[in-house]
Design a protein around this ligand. Sequence first.
Ligand code: NAP
Length: 250
Amino acid sequence: MSEHEIAGATALVTGASRGFGRGIATALSRAGAQVVGVARDRGPLEELRAELGESFTPVSADAADPTVAGQLIDAYRPAILVLNAGATPLPRPIQHYTWQTFSRNWDTDVQHVFHWAREALLAPLAPGSVVITLSSGAALFGSPLSGGYAGAKATIKFLTAYAAAESERGALGIRFVSVLPQLTGATALGAVYVAAYAARQGVDVATFTNGQGPALTPERVGQAITDLVTGTGLDQDAYLLTAAGLGPLT
Ligand SMILES: NC(=O)c1ccc[n+]([C@@H]2O[C@H](COP(=O)([O-])OP(=O)(O)OC[C@H]3O[C@@H](n4cnc5c(N)ncnc54)[C@H](OP(=O)(O)O)[C@@H]3O)[C@@H](O)[C@H]2O)c1
């Protein structure tokens, strides 16, 4: 999709009310897309609507509900679908999880990507559409203080690649790509884990953060997602995302 084509295109972003999703919705809106933003809490969505104006449509709903996925795909037929919503697991060592708390990111993050990717394939979305999922660098490196999170995010990467293969087999022309961001304290979710890993290492947050190098910001994530939609040569199934931008998986 060219920069010209993004103008007026419909984009749907889950988890749009704060953090990365807010940065993505803002970047796509500024690039000219009509953005539908989904989150459960209506207040922050209304604030974003006030900021972005009529180019942003707030939808208060549970993105992990299969009926919501079906209804919103039917209603909006997005040319750009960003599956970003995610739960914040408890920050604690594995023995302090129960099965229910361990599987939280499977119930939210994985379940929502499963339902929406399935609906995108079955609709099907128009040829030239792009579906982008938010996995995590934790899918490659693990995350010992967040229970089932790393495995859930690895499954999102696999699911996205499976959907890409089905799109290709069916000649649907829908592109599926997953993005694996590095940990950053710049969002509500990330700040919980920066604090937890700093405490684990026995250092303060500033010392831990400085040791990580430049931090990824929601604005940088928004730019990277817009680049993925419009950029030429970005044709891999999955990308790492750091403050330096999109990079190949090593
Ligand atoms: N921050 C990081 O360091 C980092 C690193 C790698 C990957 N990621 C991934 O990037 C994505 C965004 O993370 P973030 O740091 O921006 O998180 P965040 O600040 O906690 O924001 C999460 C967003 O998802 C929404 N959400 C959560 N559950 C939902 C549900 N069931 N239905 C609809 N919306 C839901 C939240 O709104 P409501 O609560 O109002 O629904 C909020 O808008 C997540 O998938 C996360 O795993 C983050």
